[in-house]
Design a protein around this ligand. Structure first.
Ligand code: UD1
Ligand code: UDP
Length: 365
């Protein structure tokens, strides 16, 4: 029996790795071990509960306002003994977080093969997003198996000289998750609150946006809400205290902006489906929104997910206050432009990515 260890630590990794954990656990040919770093706490636990995944190991590394140094050093130190005990045949990591990078590094030091789920995404700007572009390129330097979500990500890897036989286009496991969460008869108190208005669903958390860029983003949104009576904004706030302080400073006193705790993924996906517009600097939401046919203004200068831009659902608007303000006002005032962005397109696979990854591991290990 081959031992597969999955290591992850933040909300988006959990959303995209839990479907794979469940698939691997269903198969008798694998011994499946889950280790969470606890880079996130509440936001990770929410997802584990939702998918009913109980990790065998929890490094519990999260500290308030942790730095990249804290995260890197603590994971590296704590993971070593676990890898020495478990000696997995393959370690699976996801995407571009510090958890993914540091785990891959630890596995490299110990010569444990790494499988990279969601491999090959690129902006080729090491500072945007920061530090994620470095993290994913570094993981791909180390990985033995590349599970690329799309043909475009495969092409990136090929261009970098990764061997074709190690790259597998599987789709993105986020579609596996999305298929089970969105319900036609879904209701929520915030949907009732927004009835009769156009609802903007907002998320923001990127490290490179903390400080002035985030103040700009929030100020643009505040101006739009103050000037447009039929707009309401729902903002499930990231747990990062730096984000929350800025949000409260910019949005306080406006009753048409609801700042709430992070939502369970089932609630969030259904609220996406009910929103008029999504504004975000998130990565994962750029993959989910095209599948749901929801227009997204991406408050970033670059994206590693150009598939959604090509599909017409995503528009990059940067982080400058006036540019964001103008883009939102134009879109809200132009039903034809809105309709153009509203097409449902899913470039991220058929919802069976976990099954394909498990098949490949069964064949190759
Ligand atoms: C991390 C990832 C980022 C990913 C994001 C998803 C890195 C470097 N960054 O960024 O790639 O897009 O997660 O959300 O890997 N906090 C809590 N509770 C939680 C989660 C966070 O209190 O459940 C607070 C803590 O004060 C923590 C801070 O948020 O120190 C920042 O968390 P961290 O994981 O360092 O950065 P993120 O911005 O969440
Ligand atoms: N999400 C969630 N609850 C929320 C906000 C987001 O479950 O309140 C989900 C969202 O559907 C997506 C993921 O979290 O799957 C995105 O995570 P995040 O924006 O934190 O990280 P990123 O994708 O930018 O790395």
């Amino acid at each position: 029996m081959k031992k597969v260890m999955l290591i992850f630590g933040t909300r988006p990794e959990a959303i995209k790795m839990c479907p794979l954990v469940l698939e691997l656990k269903r198969r008798p040919e694998f011994e499946t071990v889950v280790c969470v770093t606890g880079q996130h706490r509440e936001m990770l636990d929410q997802i584990l509960q939702c998918f009913q995944v109980t990790p065998q190991y929890d490094l519990s590394i999260m500290r308030d306002k942790q730095t990249l140094f804290d995260v890197t050093v603590n994971i590296l130190e704590k993971l070593r003994a676990i890898l020495e005990t478990e000696k997995p045949d393959v370690a699976l990591v996801h995407g571009d977080t510090s958890t993914a990078f540091v785990t891959a590094l630890a596995c490299f030091y110990m010569r444990i093969p790494v499988g990279h789920v969601e491999a090959g995404l690129r902006t080729y700007n090491l500072y945007s997003p920061f530090p994620e572009e470095f993290n994913r390129q570094a993981v791909d330097l180390i990985a033995r198996f590349y599970f690329a979500p799309t043909e475009l990500s495969r092409q990136n890897l090929l261009r970098e000289g990764k061997p074709a036989e190690r790259i597998h286009v599987t789709g993105n496991t986020v579609i596996d998750a999305l298929d089970t969460t969105v319900k036609s008869d879904y209701t929520h108190p915030e949907i009732e609150w927004a009835r009769g208005s156009r609802l903007i669903l907002l998320t923001a958390h990127r490290r490179e946006n903390l400080g002035e860029p985030m103040r700009d983003m929030f100020s643009a949104i505040r101006r739009v809400v103050d000037e447009t009576p039929d707009i309401k904004v729902l903002y499930p706030m990231h747990k990062n205290p730096a984000v929350r302080e800025m949000a409260r400073a910019c949005f306080g006193g406006q009753e048409r902006i609801h700042m709430i705790e992070p939502l369970d993924v089932l609630d969030f996906h259904n609220l996406m489906a009910h929103a008029y517009l999504i504004m975000t600097d998130s990565g994962g939401i750029q993959e989910e929104a095209p599948a749901l046919g929801k227009p997204v203004l991406v408050m970033r200068d670059t994206t590693e997910r150009p598939e959604g831009v090509v599909a017409g659902t995503l528009k990059l608007v940067g982080t400058d206050e006036n540019t964001i303000y103008t883009a939102v006002r134009e879109l809200l005032g132009d039903p034809a432009a809105y309709h153009e962005m509203e097409h449902a397109a899913n470039p991220y696979g058929d919802g069976h990515a976990s099954r394909y990854i498990a098949d490949i591991l069964a064949r190759e290990l």
